[in-house]
Design a binder for this molecule. Structure first.
Ligand SMILES: C[S@@+](CC[C@H](N)C(=O)[O-])C[C@H]1O[C@@H](n2cnc3c(N)ncnc32)[C@H](O)[C@@H]1O
Length: 267
């Protein structure tokens, strides 16, 4: 288990003690966290080129303060980078939505078990090293049994979230667990800008599911809303499209590197 540095995680220190850890370790942790068919993979400065473009569109189309929604935020690293890049006087609020933000962690001697709030085992760490392959799947098979064992042994979990600590200090950023396929009605017609990066990909979801997500994006966006859909390729290139909502429909504003793979479903 200790033979490869790639297995190093230290999830207790990061998620519970909220200690800062270096870039490589942070990216390593999130690349291993799976939620349904998607991963929480994220990385630093992933959308810098798009942040510059988005700022230009915001300056061009909005004179008032805007409310922005970022969907599928993972650790919130790319949300923080967007916030840092935008003109603060132009921001009312940034809402970060993700299907899963809250988690719970059990610690048993040198073991740390990271669970979703629905009691799905998401990661196991032993002595700061992430257990993978057969070790992890062994524990996954007994995930419910382990919960009973923790209760029996009176081991309490710590409820926490997966957000980077820096983000929680920004008062203009708010975070909510929301499913892009089932966004609460109260958010209808709420946002001036909606950004979805590395979530609405054909590799993750079927065409019909992607269409459903687009209908929901339309519902939460106001007239004149700017929508940015992006997928970062394995070569770290952003393939993105910017849209603007006009008379209830999305019009293409700009394609980056050939545009979003789902743009035909949007216009
Ligand atoms: C690959 S990460 C993208 C993170 C970040 N946007 C980026 O580009 O670096 C995908 C994120 O989408 C979230 N996600 C998966 N299914 C979702 C759903 N149905 N609704 C909202 N978020 C979802 C995952 O939890 C994960 O945090």
């Amino acid at each position: 288990m200790k033979s490869s540095n790639n297995f190093y995680t230290d999830i207790y220190s990061f998620f519970v003690l909220k200690k800062k850890i270096n870039k490589v370790r942070m990216e390593n942790i999130f690349s291993k966290l799976k939620i349904d068919s998607t991963f929480k993979t994220t990385s630093y400065n992933r959308t810098n080129d798009l942040n510059i473009k988005l700022k230009k569109h915001i300056t061009k189309y909005f004179t008032k303060k805007i409310t922005l929604c970022d969907i599928g935020i993972s650790s919130g690293q790319s949300t923080k980078e967007l916030y840092d890049h935008l003109d603060k006087n132009k921001i009312n609020y940034i809402y970060g939505f993700d299907k899963q933000i809250n988690i719970k962690i059990y610690k048993l001697n040198n073991f740390v078990f990271l669970y979703s709030l629905k009691n799905e085992l998401m990661m196991v760490e032993y002595d700061k090293y992430c257990l993978r392959f057969r070790y992890f799947y062994f524990f996954k098979k007994i995930e419910k049994l382990l919960i009973h064992m923790f209760k029996y042994m009176n081991i309490k979990f710590k409820k926490t979230n997966v957000l980077i600590p820096d983000l929680e200090k920004i008062t203009k950023c708010k975070f909510f667990e929301q499913d892009i396929f089932d966004i609460e009605k109260k958010y209808s017609n709420s946002f001036d800008v909606v950004r979805v990066t590395n979530l609405l990909n054909y590799s993750y979801f079927s065409k019909s599911k992607l269409k459903k997500a687009i209908v929901n994006i339309n519902k939460i966006s106001k007239e004149n809303c700017i929508v940015l859909i992006n997928r970062t390729t394995n070569k770290k290139k952003n393939t993105a499209s910017f849209f603007r909502k006009r008379r209830g429909k999305f019009e293409l504003l700009e394609d980056i590197n050939g545009g979003s793979e789902i743009k035909d479903l949007i216009i």
